[in-house]
Design a protein around this ligand. Sequence first.
Ligand SMILES: N[C@@H](CCC(=O)N[C@@H](CS)C(=O)NCC(=O)O)C(=O)O
Length: 352
Amino acid sequence: MTAPFRLYGAELSPYSVKVRAYLGYKGVDFEWLPRTNARQEEFQRYAKLPLIPVLVDADDNALQDSTPIIEKLETDFAENSIVPEEASLAFLSALIEDYADEWVNKAMFHYRWSYPEDQESAAKRITDMIFDGAEKPEGIEEQVRIRMIGRLYHVGSSPETAPLIEGSFARLLGLLNTLLAKRPFLFGGRPSLADFGLAGQLAQLNSDPTPGAILRAQAPNVVRWLERMEKPKAEGPFASFAEVSADFAELLRDEIAGAYLIWMDANARAVANDASGVSVDIGGTNFVQKPQRYAAKAFNELKRKRGLVDDAALAALLAEAGIEAILSAAQQDDGDAADDEVDDEGDGDGEE
Ligand SMILES: N[C@@H](CCC(=O)N[C@@H](CS)C(=O)NCC(=O)O)C(=O)O
């Protein structure tokens, strides 16, 4: 792909903000284009699916989905790589990024659309962006609010699952706050793919009233890291796997094996069986939601990446956390079912 780029996105879209921070870090020339009503036709010309972000290059090639966008740019712009050279650390980074995209996103969507103060704040900011100074139609904020509340089921948020989702968020914050007291970024002196994925989601949570107050009260190191992640700069090299792996043991066991991968596995099975819902026990909570094809595809991609790394220390860390068991027992690739599917997409934030 060739610079300069145009990035269609939104301030309230975690995946858009993730790609924007990444482009800034790589120092490539790009223009940030909020998806306003006025730009809708232009946006639709490039978007295969009605989702942001969309990245368009100087030759009018368009790319969608934040992870493949970043992976493609990494091959074209190798300097300041966000992928640690050690394959074991690179796998941890990819795993944590996917956890952010597919699981932390549930907390983001849950807080934004479950509590009145958060709903009102997000509905106002989204419609401010869409109408971009033009007069808003009567009742439009309320329409957005109602529409997004109706989509809580798509991510599995309900009064029954709220304690699980909120507990998961609190646990993540505690672990990250400890980790980021030691280093500027997750894996050392420079940001990795995992930093960009997590910061994309957590910056949204920080901007919403209810989870933002929790972040500021309980995780000051995370708040400072989020500020760094808006325009990240390399401050030193990546650490080695041996230096940092123990710091991730709890996150891998309690969050990644204990919640996210249980859900990813159940979701992949539901998608393969064409089931109408996913229902799975996560730590004593019955977690129910609409199957998501994109997450099933991401799960296959994760298994593929795991299969590429032959490293005894990584295998030991993942086995100890209970991750190897889930990844190896998980069912076979069901192909590229997610391509061209839109029915389960678009629950990343609340854009109209
Ligand atoms: N897997 C995609 C997810 C993109 C996504 O869900 N985008 C949301 C905003 S964050 C969206 O465009 N939703 C459409 C809508 O709300 O109209 C990625 O990584 O980029």
